[in-house]
Design a protein. Sequence first.
Lengths: 135, 1290
Amino acid sequence: MASTACFMIVSKNDIPIYEAEVGSVPKKEDAAHQHQFILHAALDIVQDMAWTTSAMFLKAIDRFNDLVVSVYVTAGHTRLMLLHDSRNDDGIKSFFQEVHELYIKTLLNPLYLPGSRITSSHFDTKVRALARKYL
Amino acid sequence: MADPANTKLGRMLLDEITPVVMVLRTPLVEESCRKNGFSLIEMLAPFSNFNNIDVPVRTASDQPYRLRKFRLRLFYGSEVRQPNIEAAKERLKEVITFSGDKDISDLCSDPPDIESLIAISKQEMVPSWFQNFNKELIDVVAFSEHEAFDHPVACLVAVSSKDKDPIDKFVDLFNTNQLPPLLNDGAMDPKILKYFLLVHDNQDGMLEKASGILTEMRSAFGANDCRLLCINSSTDGAEEHQENLWASYKASISNSKQYGCFLNADDIEELRSTMHDFSSKHIIPHMELKIRVLNQQISATRRGFRNQIRNLWWRKGKDDAPENANGPMYTFSSIESQIRVLGDYAFMLRDYELALSNYRLISTDYKLDKAWKHYAGVQEMMGLAYFMLDQSRKDAEYCMENAFSTYLKIGPSGGRNATRCGIWWAEMLKARDQFKDAAGVYFRIPGEEPLHSAVMLEQASYCFLLSTPTMLRKYGFHLVLSGDLYRKCDQTKHAIRTYRGALSVFKGTTWRHIRDHVHFHIGKWYAFLGMFDEAIKHVLEVLPCGHQTKATQELFLREFFRIIQETGKTYEVLRLQLPVINFPLIKVVFEDHRTYASTAASSVRESLWQSLEEDMIPSLSVMKTNWLESQQKVLPKKYKESNVCVAGEAIKVDISFRNPLQIPISISNVSLICKHSAEFDETESDANGFLIDHQNDKELRAVSNSGEFSLDTSLFTLSEIDISMRGGETILVQLTVTPKIEGSLKVVGVRWKLSGSVVGICNFNSDIIKKKVTKGKKKPKQPVKDNLQFLVIKSLPRLEGIIDNFPKTVYAGDLRRLTLELRNPSKIVVKNLKMKISHPRYLIIADQEVMNSEFPTCLRKQESSSESCTQVDAARAASSLFVFPETTAISSETPLKWPLWFRAAAAGSISLYITIYYEMEDESSVITYRTLRMHYNLEVLPSLEVSFWTSPCSSKLQEFLVRMDVINRTSSESFQIQQLSCVGDQWELVLLQPVESVSPLEVLISGQALSCFFKLKNRRIRQSTEENTSSLATSGRADVKLVDGDSRGLYDTSISPFILFHHHERVHQERQEQGHGGTVDFILISESWSGSDAGLSRTTEVFSHHTCHCRVASKSPIWWSMNGPRSVRHDFSAAFCEINLSMTVYNSSEDVVSVRIVTLDYTPATNSATSAASVSGNEVGWHDTSQLSEIKVTSDVIGSRGGKAPSTDSVSPFIWSGTSSTRFNLEPFSSAQVPLQICVFSPGTLDLSNYILYWNLVSSSDGGHDVDGPKVSSGTCQGHSYHVAVLQKE
């Protein structure tokens, strides 16, 4: 498991709809905004990269100091972004694929409005479990 | 692509990588120059820059080319050394601080829109001081020994003509002790070109002496290398210069007059020619020569295959030499240094090809030698040469990257070189529009000082902005990073500037942590600079941060209060987000013609009240025309639709506040903001002006503590509430405003004070959010915002009503007397009082006399009870609208008290609505009537459950057996059953058991059940109809007392309230399907029983339970009874016995009934088929056709009917004589006698039940019979058993 990792789902309107600090390092007070800044800035790169490949998993596309941003872009242009500090491409890919599946399940919920914040605690629990498993 | 020389980097290189001239001078030279306000170098500087020198240059190749632009860099001998790091840092800091102070002015303005930012050209966007800063940063690493372009090419030796022994001075100046270390430690060739300048101050005269010295010099140093320079020719010192030559060379020059004041045009011309001569005739030829010499030498030793092999061999041998990274490994005489010098000279003379080939040559050497610093320096120059040649971008980049990483690799000593290399590299990328890569380079530039990193990051951010596609998010992020570093270095102004730039990106972002971070920090820094308005504006943005942790929330809040405290003022903040106002929950309650007795009443739906008041208030159209007629002049048209309220009566506004934080906050002085204006016409504009004032210019403003609201207190009063909210709490606050004067009142918003320091204002109308105004308007199309606009009319009487001791929780059946108390606080008399109650089953209006009598006793039967109240006043009971007597007038002193009867009719929760209508005496007012609405909720618990079971008594006509089951359903209460009454005149009730046996315990404790039996008689049948009136006198028989030894009288169920409640109960319990004949209604009256100390503690509570429509009759509309002798003695020996009987048939239905009596000489089988047939005559298809032949078959059935019939086997002991079938018609409610006769053949007890009555309804003459279709219209009845004992006469 990565010592620092921040997972975030960004809707196609660039609005974060889900965020979770999944690292094993105890959360620092100022880390939250720094992670948001890095991921937010990485969107610029995603914007360029997403159209150059047909793969959903874009691998590590951006880095800030020792933190790496890996991104997975769904067909609906929802971006699953992971900020991490350890290189484990296979694990990250599996993680993204499983979370994508979870996200699709959430979308299938007729009460969930696509593009709105995901507040389901079940989703949260699952994502954290997957993070423990793969990262 | 543009010519590389014209790019920014190109110009920079042409400026920076130019020949250096070391200047040595005597103090007297300096003194002469000081007269003009500057040093010798400064004086010469403008003339050492040639825009069009036009000198032919021939370097290694034979092809000469012309040099256009040329520049010399002049340095004093003492300056030609590595600059002091600390001093350089100071200088850099100064540059930053200076530029930071410059643009403080626009820090207050709003950050520019990001689109417009992109639109403006690059030059405007990027701060200009970056260039200065970069230059300073590059200069830090000047005069390093591993690079030759900073090594002096020539030496300018200046001696004043006033100096003693000028020739000696010239020699002394070039004394080795004073020479820079570069020359001394062998890094460069000490034998450099020297140029001797004799400076003559014309003010001192003695030009001849100077000329003399010059000749002396020429003979000593050579004719060409000496020159006389005359300055200060102007005597008056007021020489004006058209354009300031020096301005661009010395930043601090502010007043052009002082500089060069003694230099006239001739002097300037001489200066110019001197420098031109120096560069074109000495420096350039010298460099050309040196290039050619070195080139030849290098070609001989290094070029060619053989030389390279040899070189490699030789290098290999050197590998073992100890590593000495930066030491003077290569002296000026070494071949490596010479190649480097050759390259640099070629570079300076723009022969980039030559430079590149030499750099390439030497870089491999350095690499093999592991002289990394030299290697990096050469790589750097290679990159620049590639760039200037504008070929092979990839190579250029590769070289720069190589140089950059090599510098980084060698540790801290290479840091500054890396910075310079990075700047050049980034510039190079920028020149080729590779902004994204440039940003990456800037980001990588190592910051030995956080301040430098900050500037680099800021430059990086601008690169992101300029890149295509624009990378705004990166731009914002890097600005924030840079801002943080600026702040760390106390460059707050720069920090704010960068954050403001970032704000234009992050404005309105949904990334909440980012938004909070940016706003909070910029706010904090503004406060640090003392710009509190801006500070508060930004900190306000982060206050409602429910998503942050508790600690962060506390930090934000603390910081906010600290800023507020520092200002020392009370701030009024529009749109303070703490607490948050939930808009859809705002509710406005006001009273126009509708007034409310309690808040509960006001929250009831308007439609409910309207339906209740429907027939009480004047109809809407009528009211409106009246209203218009009388008021047209006073009221402008628009106020027809505005709300009306009355002066002196409060308007209540419910606002729900929500605390978004997890920490508690305290709010005080919550009150409404209102605008009152006396005139009708001016109101609109006035109010609007007030609003605009709020919306436009003042997001927040400081107010004096007195406030402008003191003025308004004469017009209206506001309520103030203090609340404290826990984390995440939502509180509903009711605020009131009471207008005092007629006019127009507008509720503008709400204000509150947060923690006693900040005043928050929320403007209702500016926030266009749908407000639910429950008591708003009758017209839905009216715009929402006008709901807060009120027309205040002069004060009107307002009745206050209350019902004393209205119970909250009662047991079902509880019967009470309540008192309605109405007060009129005003002097004006009201009239025409009317009252309506929503649930007359629960609450009815009593007569006023009841007020004076004692409660439970007045219900009991009294001798004097008048007959007037026995009859139900149907109209009164049905309408439930009560008109108070005309005489009722309510004045302020004496409240009107009116009794009400209350009865808890059924278990459950119930809301009772009471509305009272009254009119004003004063006709001139807008409102001519008002209604008082009262609302009570109560809960009724189940108490006794009463059920009745009636069965007709077969032996007697119109007598019934009644079984009453009572179960006490309460948990603790005990009841004493008092009395059972039948309602109506025609019933008579008799208890079948002795009274004592009914309830031996006298009380029914909780959970207990009780059954008792009664006989019920229908009196009306027995007595003929004309006797009806007299029957009233004996009405007492309808009640049965069920308690023994109670001396008190029975309750009179024929008076109100019993009779009234009973009426409503009847209506309520009405059944859909009514059988024929009578139903009976029972009223069970019980009293609460409270153990041994009864009567001591509380008054008796009376409970009444009404059970209505208990069916007494069977399904058939007819009743009959057989009359005749019960026993007959007859001598059978003589003849058979004839017995005459008569049957009385009564029609209890409302229709004419045709009855057919069929006597049978056999006993009809009572099998299921027949009984089914007897139930209904409607059957279709197969049914039993009772045939005579069946007698035998059914004989065993006869036996089964009991031993009553004598067991004469086959023959019936009697037969019916006379007609076997009789048919007749019966009028409604009439009876008929039918004579019957039997012939008895043998003695015995006979059962005369073998007859059948067929009946069918003869439809009434009118056509209304279709209405009740499903009603049974015909049927069959089995005969009752009637036993006659026939005995043998002795």
